[in-house]
Design a protein around this ligand. Structure first.
Ligand code: SF4
Length: 278
């Protein structure tokens, strides 16, 4: 199979639609974990409520941002039975890898890496170059599909619930998220324990508990992802403005919500430039 066909197959797998008839392992969880009902609960209590409501495996995927560090603290310090994983794209900041190690030392727990498929990455780089994501939105989404979205599907396979660090006020795209909802794409219940928290409240929680955080946050980096695709933001910009800053459209990578419908068209592969022009 040539590299283009391999990439097309990886993208097909990454974005394969959920089944309309899917029945979540915990069908009553969204009702039991209502947004109104959790308002008086602190963060560890919210996560414990999810654990007590959902039977089966629960996965938390951390990208080591402040929200995820707060959740990691709650899980590890309360010894809540939730698997903590991270998607190691291979393009993270050195500071992020250092924070990963520091967090493991702090809590004495391992944060498990989910890596991209080797053949997928080799095909990606062969097709579009090592930094091909700068050349078009389709190329960028292809890179995210190989390095993030397909690994996420493997990370969540068989899980009954997925804990995320999403907040409603992070961007226009995230307004309206709730504490818990069925995610038919990943065939599980998605739990967002920080859905109603502000960034200031998260920062207070981090400071109050002495939780380790990425030093890039002190340099204007608010939402931190892969190094080549993240910059510090300017005053007045939205929190996710520093992600894929050269693009005008939504600042999402395909891990969350309706963005999963934005699949790169296979026909666009033939248009990948041979040279990188960041
Ligand atoms: S954020 Fe950038 S480097 Fe990371 S997976 Fe997406 S396009 Fe690739």
């Amino acid at each position: 199979m040539n590299t283009t066909k391999i990439l097309q197959e990886r993208i097909r797998v990454a974005f394969a639609p959920g089944e309309p008839s899917f029945e979540p392992a915990a069908p009553n969880a969204p009702a039991q974990l209502s947004s109104d009902g959790c308002l008086t609960l602190d963060l560890p209590q919210r996560i414990a409520a999810a654990r007590n409501t959902v039977s089966g495996r629960i996965v938390f995927t951390t990208s080591f941002g402040i929200e995820d560090q707060a959740i990691t603290h709650a899980i590890f310090s309360q010894a809540i039975a939730i698997d903590v994983l991270t998607l190691d794209t291979g393009r993270l900041f050195p500071e992020t890898y250092e924070l990963w190690a520091r967090t493991e030392r702090r809590y004495g727990r391992r944060i498990h890496a989910i890596c991209p498929d080797r053949v997928g990455v080799e095909s990606l780089v062969a097709c579009q170059g090592i930094n091909g994501f700068y050349t078009s939105v389709a190329a960028r989404k292809t890179c995210c599909a190989v390095r993030k979205v397909e690994p996420l599907r493997r990370a969540l396979a068989g899980a009954a619930a997925w804990i995320t660090g999403l907040r409603a006020d992070q961007s226009d795209e995230r307004v309206g998220i709730s504490f818990a909802a069925v995610d038919p794409h990943h065939r599980l219940v998605k739990v967002n324990p920080l859905f109603d928290w502000t960034r200031e409240r998260v920062l207070s929680f981090i400071a109050e508990h002495g939780i380790p955080y990425n030093p890039l946050h002190d340099q204007g980096f608010v939402s931190i992802g892969c190094a080549p695709c993240t910059r510090a933001i300017r005053a007045g910009e939205q929190e996710r403005a520093g992600r894929w800053w050269w693009e005008q459209e939504r600042k999402e990578c395909g891990l969350h919500g309706r963005h999963i419908t934005q699949v790169p068209a296979p026909a666009q592969f033939k248009d990948f430039p041979k040279e990188v022009t960041p």
